[in-house]
Design a protein around this ligand. Structure first.
Ligand SMILES: [Mn+2]
Length: 350
């Protein structure tokens, strides 16, 4: 039996609000979900596990119709679904009354439920959120039924207010596979046994690295999983080093080159580090135009010629301040010297 485990698709989310690429990102989340359905078909996947937060908020009826349409295009695949803290089962949620395609199994119980899939000789287990927060560690005592079959738990949570999980309990629970959702960073908790697939597409600048889904296979009681990247873009934190030779234009070239090297479609947070000429300051607004750049933080420090400054400001507070520091400085002293000089020079209006 082959399965795909995904979670935290967040259909309907529009990442990086206010950025020029925001609307496109909203569409790309749908496109990547469609791509997974295509993969399900091509890879002849028997079971699709969707572990919560398929939607970013309460799903609209037309959105459910679209999702359900996609499920009808994979009639030979069973789709098991739980609702997470974002798409939780509010009293008037369309999830509840929606006429799902025959191959869809909604684990919409408020408490833990099991459904048997005869064709696959598999049990899927899960519960759904009825509120945005659940503080009870529901999964800690979850156990498979004593039946000779494949047992898969779908779970959503793992922080203090979203079903806290003690991983040791899960490790000892006896499920063949535990498909986790909610934490957006993909991670294997136990090899071939317990994993977070992570968000299908990364949703903000903290979700760096590759995103996608987990492809698994269950043969003779053994599970094998592998991560399949399929997100259209990545968030990348790029550090750009400067020195006292760097100018605004040379910095712009360095950033252009960095963006080319790491992929122009990706979304960047750039940090400038190192020294800069004492008379130079960079224009972050201009740097932001050089790609999909969310933010530029300038941590550069002016490279002062202390000898020259000392002579120039002899007999003043600035001269004495420089004299106060030894030639061989600790990193902390250097920091104090730079910050102090910067403040003193600024207070003189230059
Ligand atoms: Mn969640």
């Amino acid at each position: 039996m082959r399965f795909i485990h995904l979670a935290d698709v967040h259909l309907g989310a529009a990442p990086d609000a206010g950025s020029p690429w925001c609307e496109q990102r909203e569409n790309e989340i749908w496109e990547t979900f469609q791509k997974v359905i295509q993969d399900v078909r091509e890879k002849q996947v028997d079971l699709l596990l969707i572990c919560g937060d398929l939607f970013h908020r309460q799903p609209l009826k037309k959105e459910l119709r679209d999702v359900n349409y996609l499920f009808t295009t994979i009639p030979n695949t069973k789709v098991a679904l739980i609702a997470g803290n974002h798409d939780y089962l509010k009293e008037d949620s369309y999830y509840k009354s929606f006429p799902w395609s025959e191959n869809v199994i909604c684990l919409f119980g408020e408490t833990y439920d099991a459904v048997y899939i005869k064709e696959l000789n598999a049990y899927v287990y899960g519960l759904s959120y009825y509120s945005q927060e659940i503080d009870k560690p529901y999964y800690d005592h979850a156990q498979p039924l004593a039946k000779d079959a494949c047992h898969i738990l779908l779970a959503h949570g793992g922080d203090a207010h979203h079903i806290p999980i003690h991983m040791n309990c899960l490790r000892q629970s006896g499920f063949d596979y535990i498909a986790l959702g909610h934490i957006h960073k993909p991670q294997i908790i136990q090899e071939n046994a317990i994993a977070y697939s992570g968000s299908l597409e990364p949703l903000d600048h903290t979700e760096t690295g590759q995103h996608g889904y987990i492809l698994g296979e269950y043969i003779d009681g053994q599970v094998q999983i592998s991560f399949c990247p399929c997100a259209k873009r990545q968030y990348i934190s790029l550090e750009v080093e400067t020195d006292n030779e760097t100018t605004q234009l040379s910095l712009e070239d360095a950033i252009r080159q960095g963006v080319q090297e790491h992929g122009p479609d990706n979304i960047y947070s750039i940090t400038l580090v190192g020294l800069r000429d004492g008379d130079t300051s960079f224009y972050p607004e201009r740097l932001r135009q050089l790609g999909n750049i969310l933010e530029v933080s300038d941590l550069t420090e002016p490279d002062y010629d202390f000898q020259k400054l000392k002579e120039q400001y002899r007999g003043t507070l600035i001269g004495e301040f420089i004299d106060y520091f030894p030639a061989e400085r600790t990193p902390l002293e250097t920091k104090a010297l730079y910050y102090g000089i910067q403040a003193l020079l600024q207070s003189r209006g230059g």
